[in-house]
Design a protein around this ligand. Structure first.
Ligand code: MOS
Length: 694
């Protein structure tokens, strides 16, 4: 008998690390598929209208061009609840950048050159791509992304605000933002009769397969996704995007495999973005800081194709106690590309507004911002009335403050100076739901003594494969070296995305259950493995369903120290410190790296990220990473993520909460609050650019 080895909780390095750094790991575009052609999308140059004619003569005369596709010569797809995936299904144009034609050729370069010669004529309609409050088309959706109610109201907020001795009323804005994953979207589509294999950069292989099968009217299982490695996604690869559908349509049309890779420039309109938000927050408080009223309204945009509405105010429903509460989403459907999930959709912009407002209220009350938050700590979830499975926000604030060195902070703004630099510190709380989704896993004892565990998980760089190997090894009572974790294939069964921070909690549950069943079976046969191996399959649908009603969220406190150039207004973030409570941490190395990565994204959101909408063209003016700024190494100095021990039995067998998105939430508010402390200038509009600080 080997000694039972506990690997959960250990600082394990990535199991596929060597494969990745040596270039052996295959990403979607790199699979050696024989006989493949190359597809290139032709995108609409108008925001709204109808394609009248597509002139393909010049393109088809180029040597190497195999086909030019448009809405007249591709397969018909089934009606879909994701209309932006109805690629080339009609001549109607709903946004600038929409795919209106495509070239298939024997090389990538030929396809690109030919695409440039395709002449598309449009009947152009008037368009409206500007998100303006007061637009008569604005409506309150019944439900928003995640299935949350669009609007909630308890008590009499207006009356409570009118009676409150201290009131805050402020409007915050966040711009549209781009997911900017390192690996651009890529797909190789291979048809074999009515079976479709897609090598696809993917956050959720099983989910994608199901959706593509539906689109093509194929039975479940007829579409297979292969996504062994994916280079980031941040929501943009959580569902198939138009380039994936184009690859499948093109391969169908030409009868050969087709590779489609979106260029960095094409990604800006083809693979989704975060909606801009215009948020108004009204808070009413007693003089001791206790909130009596919370009012949060968020105006957002979607395309005319679909009313996608991000859950921007749901975080406010959970955060603070107050008797009178109102939270509302409002949506305008414009002639713009369809927004979608991006890096803590909802929480990231929503908590920027709420946690900035809490800081402003603390200033108005003359109260320490940490004490203000502690004073409003609820005993149950204020939105649902459910008990918390665990909530250690106060402990995060206290412990974070101690580690950061918050004590003795002079709250007066604009006082600390080092040469031409103004110095300041800020704090913000964060939360993110601890979600889980039904999953299926198989665990197999091989005759040679090894174990193979299969689940349709995706590792988008997070370390999921490694953490799942740890979970499996512990359940099986063997060392990690005896366990092979196969992920990234839709054929392994139902599993959710590497998204919504629910990956590890969901997949790990099924892996743990399958391994436990296998261990039991091995005991029954006294460890005698038949020549064909022994396999157990587990499904967590009923387990997930049967859980008690609890409010399940991870929490944290974000601290920022900034310096602002008194002359130029340049903001530098000297230090970020996050103190989190996210259940049991499976792998401190990969979890810490996710949390720090999230904080860097928060820094990026605070200072840089901004899609400039040009309403004249109905599109974004920046189409590359030279003009769409994300934080670079030089922006990131001291970023620390710490966490508390947290035991929560109401989650899953590992006791884990997701850490993929928690780190980005609250960071931008902590930085904006620190900028206020440094300068006395309250920036309510992201990003915090020099002209907004001075
Ligand atoms: Mo994440 S935006 O939920 O993939």
């Amino acid at each position: 008998m080997t000694m039972l080895q506990r690997t959960v909780g250990a600082e394990v390095t990535r199991v596929e690390g060597r494969e990745k750094v040596t270039g052996a790991a295959l990403y979607a575009y790199e699979y050696p598929v024989p006989d493949a052609l190359y597809g290139w999308a032709v995108q609409s140059t108008v925001p709204r209208g109808t394609v009248r004619a597509v002139d393909t003569v010049a393109a088809l005369s180029l040597p190497g061009v195999v086909a030019v596709l448009d809405s007249r010569n591709v397969a018909r797809l089934r009606p879909t609840d994701t209309p932006e995936l109805a690629v080339l299904q009609s001549p109607e144009v709903a946004y600038r950048g929409q795919i209106v034609a495509a070239v298939v050729a024997d090389t990538f370069e030929t396809a690109r050159q030919a695409a440039a010669t395709v002449r598309v004529e449009y009947d152009v309609d008037d368009h409206d791509a500007e998100l303006l409050d007061g637009d008569p088309r604005i409506f309150v959706p019944e439900t928003v992304n995640g299935g949350y109610p669009g609007h909630t109201e308890t008590g009499d907020v207006e009356a409570a605000l009118a009676a409150a001795p201290v009131v805050l009323d402020a409007t915050y804005t966040t711009p549209p933002e781009h997911t900017a994953a390192m690996e651009p979207h890529a797909t190789i589509a291979v048809w074999d009769g009515d079976t479709l294999t897609l090598y696809n950069g993917d956050q959720g292989p099983w989910m994608t397969a199901a959706r593509v099968a539906e689109l093509f009217g194929l039975p479940e299982g007829a579409v297979r996704i292969v996504a062994d490695h994916t280079g980031g996604g941040f929501g943009s690869k959580a569902i198939p995007r138009p380039p994936t559908v184009l690859a499948a349509l093109a391969a169908r049309a030409v009868g050969r495999p087709v590779k489609v890779a979106a260029t960095r420039q094409q990604m800006f309109t083809m693979v989704s973005y975060r909606t801009p938000t215009l948020q108004r927050i009204r808070l009413g408080a007693e003089r001791d800081g206790r909130l009596t009223a919370i009012w949060h309204d968020a105006l957002q945009q979607s395309s005319t194709l679909t009313p996608y509405c991000e859950q921007t105010v749901t975080c406010t429903r959970v955060m603070y106690a107050a008797r009178h509460r109102r939270t509302t989403h409002r949506l305008a459907q414009l002639d713009v590309p369809t927004p979608s999930w991006m890096r803590a959709p909802g929480e990231a912009p929503g908590m920027f507004a709420l946690e900035s407002a809490m800081d402003e209220l603390a200033v108005a009350l003359g109260m320490d911002p940490i004490e203000l938050r502690v004073a409003n700590e609820p005993s149950v979830d204020p939105g649902t009335g459910h008990p918390f499975s665990s909530r250690n926000l106060v402990a995060c604030l206290r412990e974070g403050a101690a580690r950061f060195g918050w004590a003795g902070r002079d709250p007066a703004p604009g006082l600390r100076r080092e040469g031409h630099w103004l110095l300041g510190t800020g704090v913000a709380a964060c939360n993110y739901p601890a979600l889980t989704w039904p999953s299926t896993a198989t665990a197999r004892a091989e005759p040679g003594g090894g174990f193979t565990v299969r689940i349709a998980a995706a590792d988008i760089g997070t370390g999921a494969r490694t953490a799942l190997t740890q979970v499996a090894a512990d359940e099986l009572g063997v060392g990690m070296d005896r366990v092979t974790l196969d992920i990234g294939r839709s054929a392994y069964g139902q599993a959710p995305w590497a998204g919504g921070s629910m990956g590890l909690s969901s997949w790990g549950w099924a892996v743990s259950k399958a391994c436990r069943a296998l261990t039991k079976r091995l005991d029954e046969v006294s460890g005698a493995i038949p020549p064909g191996g022994l396999e157990e399959r587990a499904d967590t649908a009923e387990d997930v369903e049967a859980r008690r009603a609890f409010s399940r969220h991870a929490y944290g406190a974000q601290f920022a120290e900034v310096r602002v150039d008194a002359v130029t207004g340049q903001v530098r973030v000297d230090r970020l410190l996050g103190m989190f409570a996210a259940g049991r941490v499976i792998n401190p190395r990969t979890a810490g790296s996710q949390l720090r990565g999230g904080m860097c994204m928060g820094l990026s959101m605070a200072l840089h990220e901004n899609l400039e909408t040009d309403p004249r063209f109905g599109d974004f003016a920046n189409h590359d990473l030279a003009t769409y700024h994300i934080a670079a190494n030089a922006d990131v100095r001291d970023v620390q993520a710490h966490w508390l021990e947290e035991n929560d039995d109401e989650l899953n067998p590992m006791g884990s909460k997701g850490v993929g998105e928690l780190g980005i939430v609250g960071t931008a508010a902590a930085i904006a609050n620190a900028v206020y402390h440094a300068t006395g200038v309250r920036v309510r509009d992201l990003p915090i650019t020099v002209e907004r600080v001075r």
